[in-house]
Ligand binder design. Structure first.
Ligand code: DGL
Length: 387
């Protein structure tokens, strides 16, 4: 496997692309071994490498990097294409090979499960990814998993895994905002940081994490907030920690149950019910509710204005949908804050439920999971408040 000794994050990927003509075709379901890395930490460079959090760590962690595509696997026509480029073209083994520093902190193995933009994730792909990660976590010789992922829907995948994986081994989802060919590419450092976090014993039991831009976020809270800036990921209550110069620094813990403490096991979920999101706006078309019902929605997350407000012309369609057995989940399009039950609408009277602070796209994930367990409105409400 080609290795590079340069520390520059941009050139290796560009060079690899040019040499190997990698801009065509997607690799599927192949497992590749990363740059040969010795199992022991006695190599001279290990002594001078930054400690991966715990100085007492006696061996390098074994980390599997599962590639799904996204900008971290992207390539642009020129180095100034920081925001216009083709995503999901560079195979995961080539991404790993472009960051040789990784082999100093962990033994890594790459595995390509998809090569897609994350906007193309659907329930089937989510389940396939989750089941594969679950399999890997069960292997005694795997200490943690890193998933390379497009940033658009990283927050949905991370929340889903956070709720369904039954392991306390670290799982870190990572992406980048700029392709490896761009000036100021962020993927190399993000990937290095993600491997560090996945290798850190301190990351055990913290649920599925998202690492980008020097920050560690919980999959529950994190959301993408800007279309092009590297500083796009935010959690309303702040990140859990930082990754700084090879050190994993935690400052807070996830408050809500996750992974081993939830009622879902990815190994036992074979399909997810259809949950639609209907977005509120002035002059919204009431027919969008009926369309969701006709398309088989078992629940509608209503991304209302403000505190989950529902325009007067949308109330009847939503009530009619509920009368047909479709659950109505009031959420907010504002981007943060809790939705108050019986606040803007009489939820008790209409038999509707509200989110806690979950954004509509996260509420969709949680509602779909909840519906695998119950269709009782009170139980659904409890679940939305719990996770
Ligand atoms: N289409 C986007 C995706 O895969 C690329 C954006 C990104 O990864 O930053 O989510």
């Amino acid at each position: 496997m080609a290795r590079t000794t340069t520390l520059h994050p941009v050139r290796p990927i560009a060079a690899l692309l040019l040499c190997a003509g990698l801009l065509t075709g997607a690799a599927h379901a192949q497992t590749v071994v990363a740059p040969a890395a010795p199992a022991a930490t006695t190599a001279p460079e290990a002594a001078t490498a930054p400690a991966a959090t715990a100085p007492s760590q006696v061996r390098k962690a074994n980390i599997v990097i599962v590639g799904t595509g996204g900008t971290i696997a992207g390539a642009g026509a020129s180095a100034i294409n920081t925001a216009a480029y083709q995503s999901a073209v560079v195979p995961v083994d080539k991404i790993i090979a472009s960051v040789p520093e990784i082999s100093k902190v962990a033994n890594v193995k790459g595995e390509q499960i998809f090569q897609i933009g994350s906007e193309s994730f659907n329930n089937e792909r989510l389940l396939k990814l989750g089941k594969r990660v679950s399999e890997l976590l069960k292997q005694p010789d795997v200490d943690g998993v890193v998933i390379t992922h497009g940033t658009d829907t990283i927050e949905e995948t991370a929340y889903f895994l956070n709720l369904t994986l039954k392991s306390d081994k670290p799982v870190v989802v990572v992406g980048s905002m700029r392709p490896g060919t761009a000036l100021g590419a962020d993927g190399a450092l993000n990937l290095y940081d993600a491997v560090l976090v996945a290798s850190s014993p301190e990351s055990k039991g913290k649920g599925t994490l998202v690492v980008l831009n020097d920050e560690i976020h919980t999959g529950r809270d994190v959301t993408k907030s800007n279309t092009f800036k590297t500083e796009t990921f935010r959690s309303p209550f702040g990140p859990l920690g930082y990754v700084v110069e090879g050190r994993t620094l935690y400052y807070r813990l996830p408050a809500r149950p996750h992974t081993t403490a939830t009622e879902w096991d990815i190994d036992r979920i074979d399909r997810l019910p259809e949950v639609a999101i209907v977005y509120a706006y002035g002059n919204a078309n009431p027919g969008s509710v009926d369309a969701a019902v006709r398309n088989g929605a078992k629940a509608i997350v209503y991304a209302g204005t403000g505190n989950g407000s529902v325009g007067e012309y949308m109330v009847e369609p939503l009530k009619a949908a509920r009368a047909k057995g479709v659950q109505i989940v009031r959420a907010s399009r504002t981007g943060s804050g809790v939705v108050i039950r019986n606040g803007e609408q009489p939820d008790d009277k209409y038999d509707w439920v509200v989110v806690d602070d979950q954004l509509p796209q996260k509420a969709r994930i949680l509602t779909a999971l909840a519906l695998t367990k119950t269709n009782d409105t009170r139980e659904l409400q409890k679940i939305l408040w719990k996770y």
